[in-house]
Design a protein around this ligand. Structure first.
Ligand code: NI
Length: 184
């Protein structure tokens, strides 16, 4: 395993559309997933997408921490999800605004609108199918990570640039709490 270098906003790999994974169970994908988990946990971050470690493939990993889950039946803590070749289907039009950070945009945070309910499908690194309908933070982190696969960083989703700034200043201004999220 290895801790990989994280690409920062401005690097071309973060702007390109990532490729489908032909064989999610291939040895090189196992290695990539293991390295992504180690890199995410070292950062630390809540999630990580392969383009963030300079690999343009449709692979994301994330955790839904107990301190971030809303406790709703479809937003429970999730120890670790490996999601390959994801397909996202928002459920309804409702969106919500909440703070996000990103390991590729270090030291910053912004209030990003996301669909509140989401069905997502894909496979994990064992080739097992994933099909979940989720809400709250779980839905948010999946949308954030999968945006990376289409070359989109959260600042591109901002509707009000006044709600974007350095994390320490924003927490001071908007009363951030101690369990401020790890970046995605
Ligand atoms: Ni991110």
């Amino acid at each position: 395993m290895a801790i990989l270098k994280i690409a920062r906003m401005g690097h071309p790999v973060l702007r390109q559309k990532a490729e489908e994974v032909a064989d999610p169970t291939a040895p090189e994908i196992q290695q990539l997933v293991a390295d992504m988990i180690e890199t995410m946990d070292d950062a630390p971050g809540t999630g990580l997408a392969a383009p963030q470690v300079h690999v343009p493939l449709r692979v994301v990993v994330f955790r839904v921490g107990a301190h971030r889950s809303t406790g709703a039946p479809d937003d429970q803590p999730e120890a670790l999800t490996v999601l390959i070749n994801p397909i996202l289907e928002p459920q309804g039009e409702e969106q919500a605004l909440d703070w996000e950070g990103c390991l590729s945009v270090p030291g910053m945070m912004g209030a990003v609108p996301r669909f509140t309910r989401l069905r997502y499908r894909g496979v994990n690194e064992k080739g097992e199918e994933i099909d979940r309908t989720v809400s709250g933070f779980h839905a948010r982190v999946v949308q954030h990570e999968c945006d990376h696969l289409d070359g989109i960083l959260y600042p591109q989703r901002l509707q009000d640039l006044r709600l974007f700034g350095f994390s320490d200043e924003m927490k001071r201004a908007f009363g951030g709490n101690d369990d401020e999220p790890d970046p995605d």
